[in-house]
Structure formats: structure tokens, C-alpha cells
Design a protein around this ligand. Sequence first.
Ligand code: AMP
Ligand code: GLY
Length: 422
Amino acid sequence: MKVMVVGGGGREHAIIKKLKESPEITGLYALPGNGGIAKDAVCVDIAAKDIDGLVAFALENSIGFAVVAPDDPLVLGAVDALEAAGIPCFGPRANAAIIEGSKVFSKNLMKKYAIPTAGYEVFSDVNRAEDYIIEQGVYPVVIKADGLALGKGVIIAENYEQAAAALKSIMEDKAFGESGNRVVIEEFLTGPEVSVLAFTDGKTVKPMISSMDHKRAQDGDNGLNTGGMGTIAPNPFYTPDMEKICMETIFLPTIKAMAAEGRVFKGCLYFGLMLTQNGPKVIEYNCRFGDPEAQVTLPLLESDLFTIMKATREGTLEQTEVKNSRGAACCVVMASDGYPAAYKTGYPVILPEKMNAEVYFAGVKLVEGKLLTSGGRVLGVTAKEETLREAIDEAYENARGIMFENAYYRRDIGKKALEAKN
Ligand code: AMP
Ligand code: GLY
């Protein structure tokens, strides 16, 4: 069967490498993919958000199954359009992808179904929002743009001035466009963060191994928020007891709530959790695999990914094995220095001949046979070992062998996790 994967970052590369292990798949296409993915799939120059283009390509090329990986096309209805054209898909329909597409929707869902999350209020008027923050007088306070904002729509304000500036930027200057028509103002929570990516067919939930992202640009969780600078799995804060509590109070209730709302969620649901003193709470939902969480969870997935993907669509996940391997993994993201603000690109990427790690390409392009940097996050280096300590050391050892001008990466991916273990 011919399979197409929509998207073109490190996450999509990890999905493609995993799908390559499936004997049933005879051809793999990436839309648009990137210069590094081109080694593993046929890259087609169609943007992930070009829904008509995706459908036309699938029909013209007898695609038997489509995996829609990024948030934008999911929220825009790529799965609905492909399915309407007769192409079976992995991923939620637009009416379920809204769980990520609108924070107002997801907060109201959690409130209605008593799923633990931070207390909040919703505002569409900037003056009312300011008044509320003054009345509350509690800092830090968390301000979130309602819609998609490239992972930058969350601001943690330490005082009134910062809060007012955030509200102005989101609601008046429209830093994230229409996504800022409404804001969620939320209670600030503390505790270790855990990402859990779970397969679901709308009835059954089967999680992959837990992971931990490192969102800030610099060591020690300093600097700007990024798409993610590295991940480790499993997350040591996520104990078997915690897993049980999350399944009973968060995962299953969420799936049931979506079904009860007539918004059956199929695909991969990402639970961004904070383990607070009062138990685990949802910080955010994503309607897809995380990036770079996929770059550690998929390498640790033992079962056949394609079989699982089909089961989520067909409603047979209960009978389908999702087996995670026992080891640990670490992904170090190598970025263009300056990311997530301004950075230079166009530099050759040189890989050592032998590596003991997987490289998942993100911001690269092929020009006359040469791999050049073309984005903020350039690639991720994932090592898989028996222990977390070994995986971290191995990932860094391999990252040191990869050369491109302006390369930048955090030196402390996994440090917090190791400290938790000791
Ligand atoms: P998001 O863009 O939704 O992933 O949020 C970015 C980061 O902001 C999260 O990973 C958390 O570290 C932080 N954050 C979001 N909401 C809260 C909250 N209510 N309390 C504390 N930190 C938060
Ligand atoms: N790494 C966080 C995300 O994919 O949203």
C-alpha cells in the first residue's frame, strides 16, 4: 500500500522512519517533507495546509492511507477532506482537532466533565481581562491566546505590567491574528511536567511511553519558549501509580467527553500534564504527536505503527497491541543559533560516516545534492539505550559529531530527569 505523511519536520521524519518498518507499505510520500526526509520517502512539494493539493495528490497517486501529523491541517479539516475523497486517514477530524485548536473549547470541556485543570476565565474584551487580573491580584498569572499560535501563545506574567503587555499584544496588536480574539486567563500551577502521547480510536486509550520536553531555548529552562529543544523518555516523574490516576481521571474521561459531545477523537491525543501537589492536571491538549516527543516515543514503540494507526481509524484499538520497549531515549535538537528569534540559514550540514543514533531532519533542504540548513530547528539526534543516563550521553556524543555553522543546542537535556531519579 502507498502511504502519504503530511508535514515536513522532525516529527514527520520519525513517523516515516517507523512506518518504513511496516511490511505492508510499498511506497512512502511526504508532503512536503524536507531535504533530509528525502532519503526515506518521496518528498512532494505540496504544503501541509494546502488541503485541495493534498486530496488531489492522494487521488492521482492511488494513496491507500494518509497520516496527517501537524496541527494546522488537522484543525483546518484535512482528515475530513481526505476521508470524503475516499482516502483513509490517521488523525482527528476538524470537530475533534478543536481540542487543540481552541483553548476556550478545551477549558470548557474540562470544566463540564470535571477533568482536572488550572482554574480559568475567558475574555473577549481587553478591558474586562485587565480588570479581572487587577481584581485577582495574584502573580504569576498565565495568559493564553485561544487559537493556534505556533506554540508561542502562552505568556506567564510575573506582574501587572507584563500581563497588560501580553493582553495588548494578543488582543489588540493581534500578534497571533484571529487566534487572539479571545484569551484564557489561568491560574499558575507548579510541578513536574509530563507529556503523554496516546493512541485512541475514540473508545480505547493506549499510551506510548511518557516523555519530558524542554521548551525553553537555553540551559536551566531560561530564554524564550521554543517548539521544543529536546526530549527524554520515559519521564521518571510519571510513576505507575501516577499513570493509573491519569488514565482514570484524565485520559478516559477526555475520550468519553469528546464522544459525548459528538466529537469522537481518533488518532494521537497528546496530554500535556503538570503533576501538582493536588494531583495531575491538564496544561494543554494537542491533537497530534508532539515534536520532539515523537522523536523519543516512536523509537521506543515496539509494535507496528501502521497496524496501530489503522486500528485507531477502524475502532479496533482494544484488540491491537501497543507495546513500548523497556529502554530509554534522548533527543537533542540542534538548532540555528538565534532560534526562536532571528537566525541565519543556508549552511551545509555534515554528518559523520558512522553514528550510533538516529537523525531526524527538520529545517534542512537539498540543494544540488547538498544538505543545507533552512530552519530554526535543524535536526534532532535520538539515542536509545538501556538507561536514561546512557541515552543522554550517547545522544550528546553523536550530536558533537554533526557539523554546521551556527549550530546551537542545549547541554542539559535530561538533567532534571536524572536528578529526579537520584
Ligand atoms: P503550551 O504552549 O500550552 O505548551 O504552554 C507552554 C508552557 O507554559 C507549558 O509547557 C508550561 O510550562 C507553561 N504553562 C502553561 N500553562 C500553565 C499554567 N497554568 N501554570 C504554569 N505553567 C503553565
Ligand atoms: N513539543 C510540544 C508540542 O509538540 O507541542
